[in-house]
Design a protein around this ligand. Structure first.
Ligand code: ATP
Ligand code: MG
Length: 239
């Protein structure tokens, strides 16, 4: 049974419709990747689930309850946390203060505390007193993930955590995911790097122009099918 599900989810910015009936399911403990080109609607999907964008109540179900119309603080309180595109850290606050903010919206017991986040990303402990802006891009991304974990979410949504980071840094960040999975959390990762998405996810959804164009178990999807679903009928080549 799905822990989280979207049903015919639509979303618009004013007159512009960005999502056209998106259906995805996320099982308990499952890791899902959402892939798709720029503008496909991946972030809009994340914003809809996390309550940043309001939707029809019954278009998003969580633990079988309609949550599509709930505002972001209520979504977080119920156990869905977002690591937003672009990290959105508080620049003047320290690493530790940024992490603690993740704990304000939802104070529940669970595996994630300052100490366990520091054990997941040891470099953050060394730099706990530094302002977030003093950190490298990769370290800032670790803070953003840690902040999301501090609410002990049942579902962690991660939007483009590898964007703009060197491959070695991306590897370090993804190395943390098995430990996050082990806690039983479900993870939804938006990722433009298809190889990375296939590596980390149990199942993959590909989006194009506001629709899901392909989904399946990561191991079952062929490069050819992904290519078609990702680019449509264009002449691009996958790297
Ligand atoms: N605040 C906004 N106002 C108007 N249109 C928007 C807004 N945010 C996104 N859009 C449009 O909605 C569509 C989907 O955008 P979205 O950011 O969800 O795509 P994405 O798949 O996350 O892309 P990217 O890979 O570039 O992050 C795009 O056509 C985009 O231009
Ligand atoms: Mg995006």
């Amino acid at each position: 049974m799905a822990l989280l599900e979207t049903r015919g989810l639509t979303a618009s910015y004013g007159d512009f419709q960005a999502l056209f009936g998106v259906d995805i399911t996320v099982g308990a403990g499952e890791t899902i990747a959402i892939i798709g080109a720029n503008g496909a609607g991946k972030t809009t999907l994340m914003r809809s689930i996390s309550g940043v964008l309001a939707n029809a109540a019954s278009s998003i179900l969580y633990r079988d309850e309609p949550i599509g119309a709930l505002p972001a603080p209520d979504i977080l309180a119920r156990g869905i946390a977002m690591v937003p595109e672009g990290r959105k850290l508080f620049p003047s606050l320290s690493v530790e203060e940024n992490l603690l903010i993740g704990n304000y919206g939802r104070k529940v017991d669970g595996p994630w505390t300052l100490e366990s986040v520091f054990s997941l990303f040891p470099v953050l402990k060394e730099r706990r007193g530094n302002p977030a802006t003093a950190l490298s891009g990769g370290q800032q991304q670790m803070v953003a993930i840690g902040r999301g974990l501090m609410s002990n979410p049942a579902v962690l949504l991660c939007d483009e955590i590898s964007l703009g980071l060197a491959p070695v840094v991306v590897r370090d960040i993804y190395a943390a995911f098995p430990r996050i999975r082990e806690t039983g959390a479900s993870i939804v990762i938006v990722e433009q790097d298809i190889a990375q998405a296939l590596k980390v996810a149990d199942r993959v959804y590909c989006m194009m122009e506001g629709r899901v164009t392909l989904f399946g178990r990561a191991a079952d999807l062929s490069r050819h099918d992904i290519h078609k679903a990702y680019f449509g009928t264009g002449h691009h080549e996958l790297a």
